[in-house]
Design a protein around this ligand. Sequence first.
Ligand code: NAG
Ligand code: NAG
Ligand code: NAG
Ligand code: NAG
Ligand code: NAG
Ligand code: NAG
Ligand code: NAG
Ligand code: NAG
Ligand code: NAG
Ligand code: NAG
Length: 364
Amino acid sequence: MSGDDKVSVSQTENVYDKPRRGKIVNHCKRFWWVHLIVCICVIVLAVCLVIFVGVPKIAQSKLDAADLSIDGIVVTNTQSQNFSMAINSTIRTDGSVHANIDGFVGDMYLEDLQPHTPFASITFPATTSEALQVVNVSQFIPIENMAAFTTFNTWLQNNDSLRVTVSGNTYVHVSGISKAFPVTFIKTVTMPGLRGFNGTTVTDSAISLTPDANGDNFKGFVTIPNYSIVTFEIGNASFHNYLLGEEIGTVYVDNIVLRPGIAVNNFSMHANISQGPVLTALGDKPYCQNGGVIPFQLRGKTVVNHGQPLSYYADALATANQTVELPIGGDLKALNLVIPCGGLGGSSSSSSTSSAASSSSTSH
Ligand SMILES: *[C@@H]1O[C@H](CO)[C@@H](O)[C@H](O)[C@H]1NC(C)=O
Ligand SMILES: *[C@@H]1O[C@H](CO)[C@@H](O)[C@H](O)[C@H]1NC(C)=O
Ligand SMILES: *[C@@H]1O[C@H](CO)[C@@H](O)[C@H](O)[C@H]1NC(C)=O
Ligand SMILES: *[C@@H]1O[C@H](CO)[C@@H](O)[C@H](O)[C@H]1NC(C)=O
Ligand SMILES: *[C@@H]1O[C@H](CO)[C@@H](O)[C@H](O)[C@H]1NC(C)=O
Ligand SMILES: *[C@@H]1O[C@H](CO)[C@@H](O)[C@H](O)[C@H]1NC(C)=O
Ligand SMILES: *[C@@H]1O[C@H](CO)[C@@H](O)[C@H](O)[C@H]1NC(C)=O
Ligand SMILES: *[C@@H]1O[C@H](CO)[C@@H](O)[C@H](O)[C@H]1NC(C)=O
Ligand SMILES: *[C@@H]1O[C@H](CO)[C@@H](O)[C@H](O)[C@H]1NC(C)=O
Ligand SMILES: CC(=O)N[C@H]1CO[C@H](CO)[C@@H](O)[C@@H]1O
């Protein structure tokens, strides 16, 4: 302490004139305990500053530097007003700070849509600061903002990728310090989207000239590519069916549960389609020349899961047309019906594609 005293004395020398020097030394000798108290106060203040300002800042910056990745999202038990959501995620840190983070409610919203409006709130469990932390949550979610959840589904469906932010306030506990410090958990993750179901195909299709008891005249299987990491329980969906801009029927796809994985998204479909416009198209180029592969547009109409209408999927599916090519010509050929270029033009059917096509090509 005496060394410190000398320093403080020599500093004061410059400030005050010499006659006061003895006074000051005396003062210091008498009031050394004041200096001690000041010293202690300064140290305590410094420690407090480090603990209450420095540590929270470090804790917050470590949290900000951590990386969140979402490995899977599973949405099941979808009902009109609620659903169950499970998320598998991983938090990676550099592991240099030993801290525990309290559980918290994280709001999820689309990062690229203002104003930021949560479409779901997830309760995250308490975590530690281990370098690699697996966080899997599963919970029941009442839909609090239907418009926001529908918009999330729309972006997920139509976009190649989308950015989702998880944000919540929580507390961090640093080992050795009993006080908990408030921090904000805010992370943006980029998720692959479903790309408008681009690449959807129909296989094993069959056509009938007279509708069955259900009113259907077309059946098949639809295969939807999985570009995303989501599993969605959707249910029974119906679609407006357009041909060359004209609505010609309704397509139904049954028991849809969309999953990531190879060839897992294969669902039965059936449809009632007006035959007139289809037969007309089959007689036009290029469809009379490409084997009768016709592009149809599908746009979402209704979604019902175990009796519950799901507007948040139906409205998302209604935002875009998905083009699906159907091998109608091939299906008709199986019924011994081949439409030549220029149309049937009175002759009901023909048994050979090439002869029919060549005979009709002279009709102009
Ligand atoms: C999380 O991982 C487990 C085990 O691999 C898996 O069974 C579950 O379906 C996954 N859940 C999500 C939401 O991805
Ligand atoms: C979930 O929503 C459905 C209506 O869609 C309602 O009948 C049901 O009671 C809700 N479940 C809970 C637990 O709130
Ligand atoms: C949590 O998710 C990860 C990643 O999907 C998975 O490997 C792990 O098995 C899951 N754990 C549990 C308990 O579900
Ligand atoms: C995602 O898709 C929606 C419409 O489906 C569009 O309005 C939005 O701009 C897209 N966002 C991004 C980031 O691509
Ligand atoms: C669909 O995918 C194909 C092949 O990947 C691509 O060429 C095409 O542009 C995509 N269409 C849309 C509408 O994204
Ligand atoms: C879908 O296609 C139909 C027929 O071409 C058109 O009338 C409708 O506006 C399209 N809808 C969207 C959302 O693109
Ligand atoms: C298809 O069936 C639906 C429901 O029964 C009906 O409303 C619609 O008019 C039918 N469309 C055609 C083209 O038959
Ligand atoms: C879809 O499933 C049906 C019935 O299980 C099967 O016959 C068909 O080959 C499958 N299609 C594809 C592309 O896997
Ligand atoms: C879809 O519709 C069929 C026939 O009406 C029904 O048997 C089935 O339970 C429905 N599936 C769902 C998931 O609602
Ligand atoms: C079209 C597509 O993206 N398919 C992917 C489906 O999921 C499996 C496994 O998750 C991938 O290997 C495929 O590439």
